[in-house]
Design a protein around this ligand. Structure first.
Ligand code: C2O
Ligand code: CU
Length: 547
């Protein structure tokens, strides 16, 4: 195994990914940031130098298990202190399962400032993947706003709430197209900019390609289509799945997929690769790229691809249920039931007039002290601003009516963590509910750090343990790191606590997590080795002196 090394200078930059210029976060002057490629078992070493004069930064390696290196997980105030302006930090971790992943900022809402890129892990040389292809293309999907990340964040925390609204454009590989005629003034929007030429994927007729699709969306659920071509899904979140052929694929924020397609359409023309918003009433034009057969040029003259109706959730659930672990690669479940069940009721709430999201009536707030070092060294963390530091509950109130807005919208904010013992089978039962608005329940894609989990099943209404446990898939459930929770429904996840660390588990919608939609699992903290001191120094860790 080798060491793959990068030096990344992080700074603000101007960019116009959809023809409209705004401030973004760049790496070595590039936007979006570079992709990383390694072979499973390689060490990835990234020297981060923060040259943003006014904010700190961290980088999360989404989907990396960080076995034995929980401090390299890159979650601000969980695994480390954020890297201050003009300061540096070196991430150093070993890649494990081959597959398609990505990296992104994990401090405040930095992902929304365009701070992301792909992270591809190739299988070791002696390993043959269960499929073949001639070439590959990366397809990172994102939603994009003209308002700055700071404007968006301030709006979320304002009373009254100021919603940034639906995205102005949808980006593929950091490129999209805003209709400049919709903009007053005009000078900021320039449709002839090089930076907003649509992304082009060259293909040769008759060849088979692997598309590595990932969504780093701040808000939307997406549906991706390749005009004129069906494709076969073969990998999801770094695990092979039973091949399933489709004409369109749902991609939730935090998910990644590999799909194979053969360039077997009429090769005298080009085709659209496009994606649309689902799960919210779409107000944004289709995000487009060009699938370009050799010896052709320009853009297709056909209309942009159309996705299934945005609120056809039965369609989405049926699609999600199609993913099963690939036969030769099934990782069997432990031969016993759960040692621990954590039920998490997802509700929208208020705290002193501010809009929040909560789990079992606790809305998460970070402290100024990274939880990993604090727990390892028994550093007492003062929960500031009157927030609770109590351990949050494993259950919610029996008989809670998920079909109605919360009867008591006011919730509490807390920084407490769930402590998990080692070698336990843990079930997470995500329970969706009605938001503050009657008859509205949203999709929440839940992402876990430090683990992959089996998705045992999805269902409608309130999860009924005595009945619904019998309906779950214990034979070939997919291993994933992100799972959607559908409106007014439930999702059951299972994992084994075999990786000591402190791991966030949160909704991957940037604004939802920022508004409290997450929990922290402190797993086998007693088994943790010493935490590197360069992850410390902020909050209460500044008083820590190593013995
Ligand atoms: Cu990709 Cu904690 O997130
Ligand atoms: Cu959410």
């Amino acid at each position: 195994a080798k060491v793959v090394e990068y030096e990344w200078v992080v700074d603000y930059a101007w960019a116009a990914p959809d023809c409209v210029e705004k401030q973004v976060i760049s790496i070595n002057g590039e936007f979006p940031g570079p992709n990383i490629r390694s072979v499973a078992g390689d060490t990835v070493r990234v020297h981060v130098i923060n040259r943003m004069p006014t904010e700190a930064v961290v980088i999360h390696w989404h989907g990396m298990l960080q076995t034995g290196t929980p401090w390299e997980d890159g979650a601000a105030y969980v695994s480390q202190c954020p890297i201050d302006p003009e300061d540096e930090y070196t991430y150093d971790f070993v890649t494990e399962n081959a597959g398609t992943y990505f990296w992104h900022g994990h401090y405040g809402m930095q992902r929304a400032a365009g701070f992301y890129g792909q992270l591809i892990v190739d299988p070791p040389e002696n390993f043959t993947e269960p499929f073949k292809y001639d070439g590959e293309h990366s397809i990172v999907l994102n939603d994009w706003w003209h308002a700055s990340m700071i404007d968006q964040q301030l709006g979320l925390f304002s009373v009254p709430f100021r919603w940034v609204g639906e995205p102005q454009s949808l980006l593929i590989e950091g490129r999209g197209r805003y209709n400049c005629s919709l903009m007053a003034g005009g000078s900021a929007c320039n449709a002839t900019r090089e930076s907003c030429k649509l992304h082009v994927m060259p293909v040769e007729a008759g060849k088979t390609y692997r598309l590595r699709i990932a969504s780093v969306a701040s808000l939307g659920s997406f549906n991706f289509i390749l005009e004129g071509h069906n494709f076969t899904v073969v990998e999801a979140d770094g695990h092979y799945v039973e091949p399933v052929t489709m004409s369109d694929i749902d991609v939730y924020s935090g998910e990644s997929y590999s799909v194979l397609f053969t360039a077997n359409a009429d090769s005298s023309r080009n085709y659209w690769a496009g994606f649309n918003v689902r799960g919210r009433d779409p107000k944004t034009l289709t995000g487009l790229a060009v699938l370009q057969y050799v010896n052709t040029s320009g853009e297709p003259s056909t209309p942009a691809p159309v996705s299934p109706r945005w609120n056809d959730y039965a369609y989405s659930v049926a699609k999600a249920r199609q993913y099963l672990a690939r036969k030769e690669f099934i990782v069997p479940l432990p031969q016993r039931g759960p040692d621990r069940q954590i039920f998490l009721l997802n509700t929208q709430n208020r705290v002193n007039g501010r809009l929040k999201w909560a789990l079992n009536n606790v809305s998460f707030v970070p402290t100024a002290t990274p939880a990993l070092a604090a727990l390892k060294y028994n550093i007492t963390v003062e929960a500031h601003g009157g927030h609770s530091s109590a351990t949050p509950p494993d259950y919610f109130q029996e008989g809670y009516d998920i079909m109605k807005p919360p009867p008591y919208p006011e919730t509490v904010q807390g920084s407490g963590v769930y402590e998990l013992k080692g070698d336990q089978v843990v079930d997470i039962i995500l329970q969706n509910a009605c938001s503050l608005t009657a008859n509205v329940s949203e999709v929440h894609p839940w992402h876990l750090h430090g683990h992959d989990f089996w998705i045992l099943g999805y269902g409608d209404g309130v999860f009924n343990a005595s009945k619904d446990y019998a309906s779950l898939n214990y034979y070939n459930p997919p291993l994933r790191n992100t799972a959607p929770l559908f409106p007014f429904g439930w999702t059951v996840l299972r994992f084994v606590t075999d990786n000591p660390g402190v791991w966030p588990f949160h909704c991957h919608i940037e604004s939802h997590f920022h508004m409290g939609m997450g929990v922290i699992f402190a797993e086998s903290v007693d088994k943790l080795p010493d935490v590197p001191t360069d992850t410390m120094g902020c909050g209460a860790t500044k008083f820590y002196r190593s013995p």
